[in-house]
Ligand binder design. Structure first.
Ligand code: GDP
Length: 364
């Protein structure tokens, strides 16, 4: 599944947010496969109203939502790239995630110490991102020397990596994150495999005080402006409120949200933002046993999408029987859609669309 890493300076509300996210997920989806895998890794069910509808039509005994993981990455302090704080452990954690959620402190509270002495979310952001850029510079310079030797012996893969590494280094040496580099579309896979800390897409969370949850405050507006500049999303959340919401049942939660002027919990907004950030799409499988949502990236072909279910589905792929979600609903399910000519036989070049209901045919 896809993973978002939660980063930020100490005392900005990361753990509060992480605990609220995982508790809300557990409460909302008592019978969903939810779990805290490790103390700092939580899986949340992706809210998906279409899945419920599908399950009703297909008469599915089980409903299994797509999942997304959040990792609470502690230990980022000034000097982390040089091994301060939790240093290396922190860096290893963050390399594995698909996207980075910057939690920025936008609440004033004299009882909660700020490591830099005052609340200044943009300064905090610079501090954190500088550490990540330094760590990338360091690791790339180390890797480059080796690759250069290999490339000189004619190693094609090494040559290609070298081009990508130099692309990243050019940005980093100018003080810009690697995500600013213009990477050719066909190089995205090897580019991601470099596992740079600053090439990952970013999302900002402005953690505001309880009173600013709906309208935001001056700090969160500064974060929003910066996010807009970056072309990144910004979610204004009060981690405190989220942790209170996590303890309520569904009815109480609805009332409390209305009282606060909020439409849905921050968890949902964060997941939606994560989905958009990672350019994720959902497809479904539906039958009497279960209705299930699966997560893929935009542009994935049918075999690759099948591989999310099982490697054998990808290797032995023959075709995908495909019904668009709207057709599935309009014709009352699979057999109705088939009779109406809305079931398509799609081959290996088919690009799976968001909402497709798929049945894979494959050789074993
Ligand atoms: P972390 O070090 O970034 O994980 O921060 P924590 O989640 O442990 O929070 C540090 C302190 O800030 C705790 O005492 C929290 O209760 C407090 N805190 C977190 N979010 C808020 C908030 O929205 N408002 C206020 N007033 N305090 C908060």
């Amino acid at each position: 599944g896809f993973k978002c890493g939660i980063v930020g300076l100490p005392n900005v509300g990361k753990s509060t947010l992480f605990n609220a996210l995982t508790q809300t997920a557990a409460a909302q989806a008592a019978n969903y496969p939810f779990c805290t895998i490790e103390p700092n890794v939580g899986e949340v069910a992706v809210p998906e109203p279409r899945l419920v509808k599908l399950a009703q039509i297909a008469g599915s005994a089980n409903v299994i939502p797509a999942r997304m993981s959040f990792v609470d990455i502690a230990g980022l302090v000034k000097g982390a790239s040089q091994g301060e704080g939790l240093g290396n452990q922190f860096l290893a954690n963050i390399r594995e995630v698909d996207a980075v959620v910057y939690v920025l402190r936008c609440f004033e509270d004299d009882d909660v110490t700020h490591v830099a002495g005052k609340v200044d979310p943009m300064a905090d952001f610079e501090t954190v991102e500088t550490e990540l850029m330094l760590a990338d510079l360091d690791s790339l310079e180390k890797r480059r020397a080796n690759l250069e030797k290999k490339a000189k012996t004619g190693d094609k893969e090494a040559k290609e990596s070298l081009v990508l590494i130099d692309l990243a280094l050019a940005e980093l040496r100018e003080g810009r994150p690697a995500r600013k580099a213009e990477v050719p579309a066909d190089q995205m896979r090897p580019w991601r495999m470099l596992q740079l800390l600053t090439s990952k897409p970013v999302l900002f969370v402005a953690n505001v005080d309880e009173d600013s949850a709906a309208a935001g405050n001056a700090h969160s507006r500064a974060v929003e402006a910066r996010a807009a500049q970056e072309g990144a999303a910004c979610v204004v959340i009060s981690a405190r409120i989220e942790s209170e919401l996590a303890m309520l049942d569904a009815d109480e939660r609805g009332e409390y949200l209305a009282e606060l002027g909020l439409e849905e919990p921050g968890l949902n907004r964060l997941i939606h933002a994560g989905y958009q950030l990672l350019d994720l799409r959902t497809y479904f499988t539906a039958g009497p046993k279960e209705a299930r949502a699966w997560t893929i990236r935009s542009g994935w072909t049918a075999p690759r999408a099948a591989g999310v279910i099982h490697g054998d589905f990808e290797r032995g792929f023959i075709r995908a029987e495909t019904i668009a979600f709207d057709d599935y609903v309009a014709h009352g399910g699979e057999s109705g859609a088939r009779e109406a000519g809305k079931l398509r036989q799609e081959g290996k070049d088919y690009v799976v669309q968001d909402g497709d209901v798929l049945l894979f045919k494959f050789n074993v």
